[in-house]
Design a protein around this ligand. Structure first.
Ligand code: ADP
Ligand code: MG
Ligand code: MG
Length: 210
């Protein structure tokens, strides 16, 4: 199974619904170690993304992701907007003008997204950021894509499962990037909000691909 522009837009709308559903949870996570706006930032951004997709009808998966990227960059302040914006922009570039996302395209898009976040934010695994969810998700996706009978769905499920575990791992870490790093040791015991939102987005994509 591959995923065309419509399918990609559907997955993004599903992700937007999940962000709205988890808005309060993300706000609460960010209240503990940041400034309590992560859920609102993302909800505002993805609500604008849904409107943008409704009026633009992009014709390729890459064009859909480019619309997501430019909308997030323009509507979301704070750290997460530019970081997710860069991730979606790099993923869009990786997909190029192909008409459908196949397995190889999916893995390339995830890889490009992670590289974009790392280039923009300079965080590595272990710094307690969204990278701690996205990096293991990419690794799991690469492994899952090599399995017999792999498809978009199995690869995204593996990525989402790994992102969940990666998010859980941030509870024990001392944050070294972003606002949470100002708290140092006092942030230990709390999951990183961006790692949680990354896990939620990947789970939404996996559900949409079932
Ligand atoms: P802000 O911290 O500006 O209020 P958000 O609350 O929307 O922005 O986003 C915070 C999240 O952004 C963090 O939980 C973390 O996952 C992510 N983040 C912050 N700085 C970085 C960075 N340098 N690299 C990667 N991710 C980062
Ligand atoms: Mg915040
Ligand atoms: Mg903020």
């Amino acid at each position: 199974m591959a995923c065309d522009a419509n399918g990609t837009a559907g997955a993004i709308r599903a992700a937007a619904a999940v962000v709205t559903e988890h808005r309060t949870e993300l706000i609460d996570l960010d209240r503990a170690i940041g400034d309590a706006d992560h859920g609102e930032n993302l909800n505002r951004g993805f609500t604008a993304v849904v409107s943008a997709l409704a009026s633009a009808t992009p014709e390729t998966p890459g064009a859909v992701l480019k619309t997501v990227a430019t909308t997030l960059i323009s509507k979301v302040g704070g750290a997460a907007g530019p970081l997710y914006g860069t991730a979606f922009l790099r993923a869009a570039t990786a997909l190029g003008d192909r008409s459908e996302v196949d397995l190889e395209g999916l893995v390339a898009a995830l890889r490009a997204g992670l590289e974009g976040v790392k280039a923009r934010g300079k965080a590595e695994v272990g710094d307690a950021t969204m990278v701690d969810a996205l990096a293991p998700a990419l690794e799991a996706a690469e492994d899952a894509a090599k399995q017999e009978g792999a498809d978009i769905s199995t690869v995204l499920i593996a990525a989402a499962d790994a992102a969940d575990r990666g998010c859980e791992s941030t509870v024990d870490l001392v944050p070294r990037k972003g606002r949470a790093s100002y708290l140092g040791e006092r942030a230990v015991g709390h999951a990183d909000p961006g790692a949680r939102s990354t896990a939620l987005l990947l789970r939404a994509f996996a559900e949409a691909a079932r």
